[in-house]
Ligand binder design. Structure first.
Ligand code: SAM
Length: 451
């Protein structure tokens, strides 16, 4: 890039930063809101503008860094990012955020005290915490004295999020170690079998991650298994993952217009999404489908948190394998969140075809997943203002990371809108609309192509 091009690029980015920051500042001054996460009630068009300004700022900061940082140093820093995720994993295991919650914000807690409480040698722990301070997770207020920041405070008392970080640092990380050897192996590389990915190499199994997961539940009933997964942590981690994006999804679609229609939550896990929808739209009815062990867990959660929904029949649990005929015909909605991304194309077409066969003329499928927005852009998705690439640059990176996580664990993938549209066509469906949410997930609405 010529010096003149660099100058114009930097000026354009700074201008974007300035304009977008003013939009956020105006919002903060008006609402006094000090959080960047939309509350359930403020997901209106004004907060959409604010969230758009926020992703513009994040993208522009990333673009400034790429423009300004010496390229070799940048590449090296990127190659060493795993030290940051390992540090976060250590902090989550040691419950550092919970310990710092008790600190006087002006004084903090000393490394010695944290070392005593966690059993980690204090000077080593301080080095881990300083690494996290450099990315804004914690703050060192005096020499060797640490406090929480806005970022780490979200971990305080939040076991589902802690479990998610532990899952990223265990099953995901161990599997990821094997990804280079799988991709560079001429025999394994072309495979799209969910039994033939980095996960199996890491754990020496031929079973899919889901089969390992269920077998572990079976083990709890006294049957032996060699499952490498910490099932309890996994269940809680899924709750944490679900919570992060539920509010934007609840606001992304006109659920209220479904009246008292039936929503079948296919592969619905413990039903976190149904629970949030029911709290806001009490007239809706839900059938939660998943495997028996997951539904057992779901039932105890629902009986604890929303017993009346179970007793009144507003929510019913139905064990169902989504690779066989769908028993509920003609439901208003067949909903799937974080399901299609777990599977390669062939399996997705099978899941979608079985749903299409169960649909009535007014039924629709709503699939909520992260969508891959490339640097080239998509006619289905809003583009970022120039000079950012259409996908908002680094503001989109978590979706690409999630895509590689699906590749590692299942030979699954996050997909572009165009890719989903292609799969829908193969299953006899058509895309009606992509409902863009204010988070990183969106809802794809599909109907039978023959309607
Ligand atoms: C990533 S989780 C998503 C759970 C839930 N939809 C949510 O958003 O919280 C995928 C779910 O698919 C379920 N699942 C996997 N294979 C299945 C199958 N063959 N039939 C039904 N459910 C399955 C898993 O048990 C798990 O609960």
């Amino acid at each position: 890039m010529s010096a003149q091009d660099k100058v114009s690029q930097l000026r354009a980015l700074i201008n974007l930063l300035s304009v977008s920051s003013e939009r956020v500042i105006r919002e903060w001054e008006t609402t006094g809101c000090n959080s960047n996460v939309p509350a359930q009630s403020d997901c209106d068009s004004s907060s959409h503008e604010v969230l758009d300004a926020i992703r513009t700022i994040i993208g522009a900061c990333g673009a400034c860094q790429a423009l300004l940082q010496e390229p070799q140093a940048r590449v090296y820093e990127l190659a060493m990012q795993s030290y940051i995720s390992r540090s976060l994993h250590i902090a989550a295991e040691a419950r550092i955020a919970d310990l710092l919650a008790e600190a006087n914000p002006a004084e903090g807690i000393t490394g010695e005290s944290l070392g005593q409480k966690t059993g980690i040698e204090c000077r080593k722990l301080v080095r881990v915490l300083r690494c996290l301070c450099s990315v804004g997770v914690f703050n060192e207020v005096h020499d060797n004295c640490f406090v929480n920041t806005e970022t780490s405070r979200c971990l305080v008392g939040n076991d589902p999020l802690r479990s998610l970080i532990k899952l990223c640092g265990s099953t995901n990380f161990d599997s990821l170690q094997k990804l280079p050897s799988v991709l560079l192996d001429p025999e394994a590389s072309p495979s799209y079998s969910p039994r033939d990915c980095a996960f199996q190499r890491a754990f020496g199994t031929t079973r899919t991650m889901w089969e390992c997961f269920y077998d572990e539940n079976v083990e709890e009933m006294g049957i032996s298994s060699t499952c490498p997964l910490d099932t309890k942590n996994f269940g809680l981690a899924m709750v944490g993952l679900g919570r992060m994006y539920t509010a934007p999804l609840v606001h992304a679609y006109p659920w209220g217009a479904l009246g008292n229609g039936i929503i079948v939550d296919v592969g619905g896990g413990v039903g976190g999404m149904c629970m949030d929808l029911l709290a806001r739209f009490p007239q809706l009815r839900f059938i939660l489908q998943d495997t028996r062990p997951v539904l057992d867990q779901a039932e105890s959660i629902w009986l604890r948190d929303m017993p009346e929904a179970v007793h009144s029949g507003r929510v019913q649990m139905m064990p169902h394998n989504f690779f066989i005929e769908q028993p509920i015909k003609g439901a208003a909605v067949y909903f799937m969140r974080y399901v299609l991304h777990d599977w390669p194309d062939e399996e997705c077409v099978k899941i979608l075809t079985l749903l299409r066969e169960a649909m009535g003329p007014r039924s629709r499928i709503l699939a909520a997943d992260r969508l891959i927005h490339t640097n080239v852009g998509s006619s289905y998705l809003q583009s970022a203002p120039p000079p950012l690439p259409p996908n908002y640059g680094c503001a989109h990176v978590l979706n690409n990371i999630s895509d590689l996580s699906m590749l590692t664990l299942f030979n699954g993938m996050e997909r572009t809108p165009e890719h989903i549209s292609e799969l829908a066509g193969q299953a006899g469906l058509k895309i009606v609309k992509m409902w863009e949410s204010q988070g990183l997930m969106h809802i794809v609405e599909m109907r039978s192509a023959s309607c």
